[in-house]
Design a protein around this ligand. Structure first.
Ligand code: ADP
Ligand code: ZN
Length: 726
């Protein structure tokens, strides 16, 4: 049966493989063993019952507390071509009857209901008539008084479940202490069966804590490189929420507020606009986020200190459900801490003690100088095994001194002059990087002498540089058009009369954080942004026509892969993450057309699914070249990291660039640096052979998370180096 499950995973959902626990859970569920699944948000709980539901002959009931989420889930399943229906008070009587009919006839494989609906006679009667094979309870912690979200209605589920003795029971939750876990199993009278607990580490979240110092400016800095991305900004109070909202709005951001002072109707409108990508940012009190399943929230900012780690983790957990890198920025100030202390002191007895302990844990997290995942995971009862996650501010902080950026600044400034100070940072970066975007070709900017002279910097780096130049008064932004203008100071740089020094890396300018910390994915690093935008447009158009959120058509991850591999025929589109047969049929032509048109315009071919080694022309001696040469001459990775005052991931990144430029790299030095046994090394190599070395995540999962990302990064280099020497 698990084979059948794998086929469904591939054909219907378009995913290559199960995540670590999914396969085990699904096997148990198919064998009718009651199962409790504890995974963090975004961990992939839904498939654990959705795939069995498609295999079982009878019906799968899914109990869920939030009406909005049910509808969302059903919408998504419908897109995959899976027959699921919802029965609750929010739908019209006509639709209700149609759905009842679908359940009765066995056409619907899944029924989503709220617990209170299950108590209603008309539903009870309906369920009497059909075979129920699986009884799934989402947000199962709501059943326990020990949970943070107890719902009395959930208590009834115990008796309801008895109605279906043949059905297997599946409980799902993202937050459960051992106490709550036991409670769930006891109340639901679990028969033999397992509890599966996934790691709570969310590797794709970049954790960043900075001192609060002019928060609005800090937030504006942060947003500067994130135009068009979805994000949530949490504030402590309504008043604060309104203020931040107003400030961002005044700066031209697409933003709405959300707090208890607004009418329910108003809140719903704003929430919907956010989910449907009609606005980018929500500024909210903690009231916002329940019942939101938006997978592509790219950042969560805490303008104020959260109450405790639990709520902090829940809030940042709303970012990056799709597994793509997402940023969590917390602005920390001592006075916030005193504010919380003040509230705690109003409490009494045990409650006060507990709150105090929670605050201490939070402060530990905020003030640590080691990897932030260490105190965080400790709080959740896990030990974080790697001492360097590469995805928090502490791990990537560099002791590097200032770099001389004069030459880069000259390139940037002269490009502004050549385009008559009429453009913003993005366009200038595109020219420097030799982009073939329409706007560039139309304006003849590909004929400029500065066209393509900036390949040594990524687009992000150029944009960071532009910010640095604005901050330091070498450039100013035209208040009306947003174009960049040279200041007298900037002109001096062009005449070689002034120098520009600074650090582009995200740690010093920690807030804007646009440089990639982890080289986990070539796709994420190098996808074609212009094509991605075109694909997003198409997606939005399709979503609006059907009145569904854009992400139910395809998640960002899928569009990103399309904008990396440029698939131009059905088979290659089928290979893209998240493209299953139903969606291929429904949307294949629409998206293929976008890709094809784009590729024709720009003369681009499909990218083959293997690492391409580009023989780039050598640019003047760059840091990565120096590091590559030194390394090949025998310096160890550690030695190099120390010498350059950077951490290992940075050295690896430089070496990867060096390798990608067509140079060879000795392999033994990499082996020296890892702690892996030869057996593990071989396992990793095999896995990379199988799932490809470009993306580390699939390898990580293929190996059941037994090898951490820092090791995998080394192994990726090892793998690629071996390729190069063949
Ligand atoms: P949860 O309910 O635990 O918060 P979801 O079930 O919504 O998480 O899954 C989170 C995301 O991960 C979804 O976008 C889902 O499509 C994706 N996903 C789940 N399982 C897999 C898998 N095996 N391979 C690839 N993507 C997956
Ligand atoms: Zn870390």
């Amino acid at each position: 049966m698990i084979q059948q499950a794998k086929t469904i995973l591939r054909d219907t959902f378009g995913f290559d493989q199960f995540r670590p626990l999914q396969e085990k859970v699904i096997t148990d569920v198919l064998n009718k063993k009651d199962t409790l699944v504890i995974m963090p948000t975004g961990g992939g709980k839904s498939l654990c019952y959705q795939i069995p539901a498609m295999i079982f002959d009878g019906l799968t009931i899914v109990v869920s507390p939030l009406i909005s989420l049910m509808k969302d889930q059903v919408d998504q399943l419908t897109q995959y071509g899976i027959p699921a229906v919802v029965l609750n008070s929010s739908i019209s009587e006509d639709l209700y009857q149609t759905n009842v009919q679908k359940v009765r006839s066995g056409e619907a494989k899944m029924l989503y209901v709220a617990p209170e609906s299950l108590m209603m006679d008309r539903i009870r009667d309906l369920l009497e008539e059909v075979t129920v094979d699986c009884f799934t309870i989402d947000e199962a912690h709501c059943i326990s008084e020990w949970g943070h979200d107890f719902r009395p209605d959930y208590r009834q589920l115990a008796s309801i479940r008895k109605q279906f003795p043949e059905a297997v029971c599946v409980g799902l939750t993202a937050t459960a202490t051992p106490r709550v876990r036991e409670d769930i199993k006891e109340i639901l009278e679990f028969r033999e069966g397992g509890t599966y607990v996934a790691s709570f580490d969310r590797e794709n979240l970049f954790l960043n804590v900075v001192d609060k110092d002019g928060p609005v400016d800090q937030i504006l800095d942060f947003l500067y490189t994130r135009k068009g991305q979805s994000g949530i900004i949490y504030c402590f109070s309504r008043r604060q929420t309104d203020e931040v909202y107003q400030d961002l709005k005044d700066e031209g951001h697409s933003v709405r507020p959300y707090h208890a002072g607004l009418s329910e109707h108003q809140r719903e409108i704003y929430q919907n606009a956010f989910i449907r990508d009609k606005i980018d940012i929500i500024v909210a009190t903690v009231a916002f986020g329940m019942g939101i399943d938006k997978p592509d929230v790219r950042f969560v900012i805490h303008h104020d200190m959260p109450q405790n780690i639990e709520s902090y983790y829940q809030q940042i957990g709303r970012a990056g459900r799709d597994g793509l890198r997402s940023d969590c920025l917390l602005l920390y100030s001592h006075s916030d801490r005193q504010k919380i202390n003040y509230f705690i002191n109003q409490k009494e007895g045990e409650e006060k003690e507990v709150a105090k302990k929670h605050l201490e844990d939070l402060i530990d997290y905020l003030t640590t100088s080691e990897c932030r995942r260490i105190p965080l995971m400790k709080y959740f009862g896990e030990t974080y095994h790697s001492d360097e996650c590469g995805m928090c501010d502490n791990c990537i902080s560099m002791k590097d001194d200032m770099e001389d950026l004069t030459i880069q600044a000259q390139k940037f400034l002269s490009c502004i002059v050549r385009t008559e100070e009429r453009y913003g940072a993005t366009h200038i970066s595109d020219i420097l990087r030799g982009s073939k975007a329409k706007k560039i070709l139309e304006n003849g900017h590909d004929k400029l002498s500065t066209y393509g002279i900036g390949m040594d910097f990524s687009k992000d780096q150029w944009i960071q540089l532009s910010r640095l130049l604005v901050r330091r008064d070498f450039l100013k932004k035209d208040p009306e058009y947003g174009s960049l203008l040279l200041t007298p100071k900037g002109k001096k740089v062009l005449k070689d009369e002034a120098r520009v020094q600074g650090v582009l890396d995200r740690t010093q300018t920690a807030i804007d954080g646009s440089a990639a910390a982890r080289t986990s994915s070539d796709v994420e690093d190098k996808y074609d942004e212009a094509l991605f935008e075109e694909l997003r447009k198409k997606r939005k158009e399709l979503a609006e026509a059907q009145d569904v959120p854009p992400y139910v058509i395809f998640p960002d991850t899928t569009l990103m892969e399309m904008a990396y591999f440029y698939p131009q025929q059905e088979e290659s589109l089928n290979d893209i993450y998240g493209v299953g047969s139903a969606k291929l049929k429904k949307y294949g032509d629409d998206f293929l057309e976008v890709v094809k048109t784009y590729c024709e315009e720009h003369g681009i071919d499909e990218r083959k699914r293997e690492i391409k080694k580009k023989k780039k022309k050598k640019s003047s001696s760059k840091k990565h070249e120096q590091i590559g040469i030194d390394y090949n001459e025998g310096k160890s990775l550690e030695h190099l990291a120390e010498e350059h005052g950077v951490k290992m991931p940075t050295i690896l990144k430089h070496l990867k660039t060096y390798l990608e430029e067509g140079n060879d790299l000795r392999q033994d030095g990499i082996l020296e640096a890892t702690d892996l046994s030869q057996r593990k090394v071989d396992e990793v190599m095999e896995s990379m052979e199988k799932v490809g070395p470009e993306l580390l995540k699939p390898v990580y999962e293929d190996l059941d998370k037994s090898v951490g990302y820092s090791e995998l990064r080394m192994m990726q280099l090892y793998y690629l180096a071996q390729d190069g020497n063949k």
